[in-house]
Design a protein around this ligand. Structure first.
Ligand code: KMH
Ligand code: ZN
Length: 273
């Protein structure tokens, strides 16, 4: 099996700073978190940005500052969100791509998101992909629901996406596909040939989904975007969540991938600086 790529989704858009003292808010805090998570075994950081007061922002300057703060400290792969936060316009969501991160997410369809709708119509997806092409950013497909892989195949037929690529299954969002072994197997079986995949289980499902991925030959995403707790009632840090999955995977015979190994597995350019 391949070495295990551990992604840390360190911030997200939904967690409020008053829910945990461990949420990185400033670019400097994101840089420090990235370095600690890299040391714990993460090869990739999924980045959302916040203002100093903890509110969400899509300000390209804030994303560029976060990118610089991360890169100043570590060689970890930097992946920006283009999902942003519910309520942001597609243009706002795509604007940070101008900083040319190595990767960015593309959510492959609309989905209920709690009481809201996370809107990803075909025109929205086409627009975001056009900006990724413009800035030469490699997409990671985010699959929240059963029909999203079919949407991705549609974008591939239109010539807007190329397979194989990296696919992340986000399972357990209220309104999306539930986090279960059956649903994960179903999605993995439906992947286009040669795709790499990871799974992000929401809340309590984070560890169970990660362990399934370790056993099935996939990759994992952990972090505070998806889950605040290390165990019942005990808040986690991002690096603790990374370290736990790295430790278990090592015992299972899947050492974690370094960022350079992960770049090779994901078809990214080598890091030159
Ligand atoms: N915050 C969610 C509405 C992504 O980063 O690509 C969308 C999200 C997906 O987090
Ligand atoms: Zn995200």
């Amino acid at each position: 099996m391949q070495p295990l790529i551990v992604t840390v989704a360190a911030v997200g858009a939904e967690v409020r700073p008053e829910q945990t003292p461990h949420l990185p808010v400033t670019p400097e805090q994101l840089g420090e978190t990235a370095a600690r998570c890299r040391a714990a075994g993460a090869a990739l950081i999924h980045v959302h940005c916040r203002n100093d007061d903890g509110s969400n922002t899509a300000d390209p300057a804030r994303f560029a500052a976060a990118f610089a703060a991360i890169r100043a400290r570590t060689d970890i792969i930097v992946q920006f969100t283009t999902g942003g936060a519910v309520g942001m316009t597609p243009q706002e969501r795509a604007a940070p791509l101008a900083a040319r991160p190595e990767m960015a997410t593309l959510t492959c369809g609309s989905v209920n998101f709690g009481d809201d709708v996370f809107e990803n119509t075909f025109p929205i997806m086409r627009g975001i992909l056009a900006e990724m092409r413009r800035y030469e950013v490699v997409p990671e497909l985010e699959i929240f629901d059963a029909g999203h892989l079919a949407n991705a195949r549609g974008l591939e037929r239109e010539g807007l996406l190329r397979f194989p690529c990296h696919v992340d299954f986000v399972l357990g969002v209220p309104g999306g596909l539930e986090a279960s072994a059956r649903n994960l197997s179903y999605l993995v079986e439906g992947l286009p040939a040669g795709c790499t995949w990871s799974v992000a289980g929401i809340g309590r499902a984070q560890l169970a989904m990660a362990l399934l991925a370790v056993a099935m030959g996939g990759h994992v995403r952990v972090g505070l975007e998806d889950n605040l707790y290390f165990s019942k009632g005990r808040l986690a840090t991002n690096e603790e969540l990374v370290a736990r999955v790295a430790r278990i995977a090592a015992e299972f015979g899947r050492p974690v991938a370094t960022p350079d190994q992960a770049r090779e597995l994901l078809g990214l350019r080598p890091l030159t600086i």
